[in-house]
Design a protein around this ligand. Structure first.
Ligand SMILES: [Zn+2]
Length: 244
């Protein structure tokens, strides 16, 4: 595989950093974005802009007016349309070189294989833990990389999970936080967390830098601060038995 003339122009500002080899690795990468809300909006736009070869866009919901304060994939004219469909169109308009597959579904244990099989990396754009742990279980079993991210109020967190390199997500969150109603969120917090998630995926895809395995990146946008918490790497036998 080599870069053609259009690739060389489109990606010219990142090629000095990634090299042709790094760009070719991006073009050959397949990434699923699960949840196309605030996090998933920026994640999918940035992955498409970077030139990831294939994006799998997954969300069961329709666009609502209350989404538009942060979900920058969508326009006011998209209200009422399935997010997965509107997202696929927006991504195709941004970068027609990206292959897009979309699912208007929630990821469950039953359909995880069907919708996620084609992805090497799974991006967490969710806002609830039950589905997150489905992604965690599936990624762990298949040896795929899961980039976890969560954002609420002015806070957020990111980590990268991969069997053999880190703990699973169930280790990190033995008791998933109770789901409560929305306590509010502003676009920049979501943007910071989504950007960190994409940076982590970029490092995994290109081999550049150090992905946040066994590290929890914690954001407090009001201070402003990004901190890193070291996570002890365990065998995961205990958490796996707890899940089963
Ligand atoms: Zn574990």
């Amino acid at each position: 595989m080599s870069l053609d003339k259009i690739d060389i122009v489109r990606y010219s500002r990142q090629l000095p950093l990634l090299g042709a080899g790094g760009q070719i690795r991006l073009l050959g990468s397949r990434v699923a974005v699960v949840g196309l809300g605030g996090l998933g909006s920026l994640i999918s736009l940035y992955l498409a802009a970077l030139g990831v070869g294939k994006l799998i866009l997954i969300d069961p919901d329709k666009v609502g007016l209350e989404n538009l304060n942060r979900q920058i994939l969508y326009s006011t004219s998209d209200i009422g349309r399935p997010k997965a469909r509107a997202a696929a169109e927006r991504i195709a308009a941004l970068n027609p070189l990206v292959e897009v597959e979309s699912y208007e579904e929630r990821v469950t244990e039953e359909n995880a294989e069907e919708v996620l099989e084609g992805a090497d990396i799974i991006m967490d754009g969710l806002d609830e833990w039950r589905s997150r742990l489905v992604l965690d279980q599936y990624a762990w079993e298949k040896g795929k990389t899961l980039v976890h991210g969560a954002a609420e109020r002015y806070y957020g967190q990111v980590t990268v999970v991969e069997r053999g390199r880190s703990n699973c997500l169930a280790c990190i969150a033995p008791k998933p936080p109770a789901e409560r109603g929305c306590s509010g969120v502003v676009a920049p917090t979501v943007g910071i967390v989504a950007s960190i998630e994409v940076m982590e995926a970029l490092k995994v895809m290109t081999g550049i830098g150090e992905p946040a395995y066994n590290k929890l990146i914690v954001v407090d946008a009001r201070r402003p601060a990004i901190d890193e918490i070291a996570l002890k790497h365990m065998s995961c036998e205990e958490c796996r038995s707890r899940i089963r």
